[in-house]
Every structure is written in structure tokens, then in C-alpha cells.
Write a protein that binds this ligand. Structure first.
Ligand code: BTN
Length: 255
């Protein structure tokens, strides 16, 4: 009985030696009717995309993939998709012996350096998410010096941290299994961020720190007090005013 429920993501996996961006391919295929659970991977990306319009360096040796999920949840829960993806990656890295932290909303760090980024893109249909493409980039089996100098200051890789390469197909399978479990709960209305909030907080890099957050064109500096059951980051500024951050970006954390 578990097979139908828990093994849908990754039943179909497309690999290519090179793609512009696995998110772009997955979105194209979604338009053409690709099945729920499709995973698009590439050995390297020539136009890897990060959040907020940034470039994502995607050399050979990394794990660059996108997961297509159809009708995952209500539009009001769209933010949960990325928060849950970061929990799935965190769990899978732990299973593979890599101890990481989660930086709100969805970066994965090791020793304060970024090892994984997540870019979710979705199409809405009324009040529901028609489909979402969850793009996950993991700096896996290359040395961090392979990244441009301005990037590798803030980034690390599994090879750099562990001194040995990770089994990428196994790590991918672990991520997809975790993601499938979390997304199944979300789709059934039983999960969402609230269900993993305590786990998230246990591994949070962001909480209890002074953070600098960009919200559109403005910046807020404050103390990251908590993340609520919706996944909203609660930041108290120096004047004592509490801000609710639904999106935006923690640029860096001090102390
Ligand atoms: C970020 O932290 O800025 C998000 C980075 C997301 C990178 C992944 S790699 C696979 C997928 N394809 C892309 O072009 N981007 C995502």
C-alpha cells in the first residue's frame, strides 16, 4: 500500500549531460503535459538560475535537478512547498552523513556556508497551485575552489566538507523519498510547515541571530526571534517593532 502513496516522485527521471536550466526544461515539459513526479536532471547547467534573478553556478559534479509536482496544495500554502523541500534535503543530507543547518527560508548551510539552494516556480489556477517546479541545487562532488571567488567565500561543497564524494543517485533517492512523504501530507491537508516546525527550529541557522533582510527595496535589521506555524519569520528590530517576514532574503547573519 505504501508504494502508491510514497514512491511517486522520481518514477520518471530525465538526465542530460548539459541543460540551460533544469527548471526551464521542467516548466516546458509541464506545459506539454508531463506527469506528476517527473524529475529533470543535468550533469551541468549553462544558465542555472538562483533566487531573486541571480545566477546559480552549476559545474559538473553537482546535483542539479527539478521536481514537477501537480496540484500540490492550495495557493495559500505555496510557501510551504519550499520550506518542506529544505526539510527534505536536510533530512537526506543527514542520512548521507552531512550535518547541515537551514537558513530561512530555504538555504542549506554547512558551517555557515551554502551547500544547497532551492528555487520553486509555480503556476496558480484560481486558489490552487496548478503545478510547481521545485529546483534543487546541491554543491556535491566538486571542490569549492571550482566556484568563482566571489561565490566560494560563502559556499561549500560536500566533497570539501567530507573529503570524499557522495553517492549522488542514493542522495537523490533519499531526497525524493523525504519530499514525497512531506508533500503527500501537505496534499492531504495534514502536513504543511506546522507539522515540521519543531524539527525546522532544531536545525535553524537563522533563529537567535541578528539578521539583515531585504524586503523589496527596503532592508530590515533585527533579531530573528522565531518562525511561526505558517513559516513566517518573526524579526524584532532595534526599536522593538516586530516584523513578519513572508518572503524576502536573509542576506547574512551576524554573531
Ligand atoms: C538559490 O539559492 O538562489 C536557488 C538556487 C537553485 C538552483 C537549482 S539547480 C537546479 C534548478 N535549476 C536552476 O536553474 N536552478 C535550480
Amino acid at each position: 500500500p505504501h508504494l502508491d502513496e510514497a514512491c511517486r516522485l522520481g518514477r520518471r527521471i530525465l538526465w542530460a549531460p548539459e541543460r540551460t536550466s533544469t527548471n526551464d526544461t521542467a516548466i516546458e515539459l509541464a506545459h506539454d503535459g508531463a506527469v506528476h513526479g517527473l524529475v529533470v536532471t543535468a550533469a551541468r547547467q549553462t544558465g542555472g538560475r538562483g533566487r531573486q534573478g541571480r545566477v546559480w553556478q552549476s559545474p559538473a559534479g553537482g546535483m542539479w535537478f527539478s521536481v514537477l509536482v501537480r496540484n500540490p496544495c492550495a495557493l495559500s500554502q505555496a510557501g510551504d512547498l519550499t520550506l518542506l523541500a529544505s526539510v527534505a534535503v536536510h533530512r537526506a543530507l543527514h542520512e548521507s552523513g552531512v550535518e547541515a543547518e537551514i537558513k530561512w527560508p530555504n538555504d542549506i548551510l554547512v558551517d555557515g556556508r551554502k551547500i544547497c539552494g532551492i528555487l520553486a516556480q509555480m503556476r496558480a489556477d484560481g486558489e490552487t497551485v496548478d503545478y510547481a517546479v521545485i529546483g534543487i541545487g546541491i554543491n556535491a562532488n566538486f571542490h569549492r575552489e571550482a566556484l568563482p571567488p566571489d561565490v566560494f567565500d560563502h559556499a561549500t561543497t560536500i566533497l570539501t566538507e567530507c573529503g570524499q564524494p557522495v553517492d549522488r543517485p542514493l542522495l537523490l533517492a533519499r531526497i525524493l523519498n523525504q519530499l514525497d512523504a512531506l508533500y503527500s501530507n501537505l496534499a492531504q491537508g495534514a502536513g504543511g510547515f506546522a507539522a515540521v516546525r519543531e524539527e525546522w527550529k532544531t536545525h535553524a541557522h537563522t533563529l537567535g541571530r541578528t539578521v539583515h533582510v531585504r524586503l523589496g527595496d527596503t532592508f530590515i535589521t533585527g533579531y530573528a526571534e522565531d518562525v511561526d506555524e505558517r513559516g513566517v519569520l518573526l524579526v524584532r528590530d532595534h526599536a522593538g517593532v516586530r516584523h513578519e517576514l513572508h518572503s524576502g532574503e536573509v542576506l547574512f547573519s551576524a554573531s
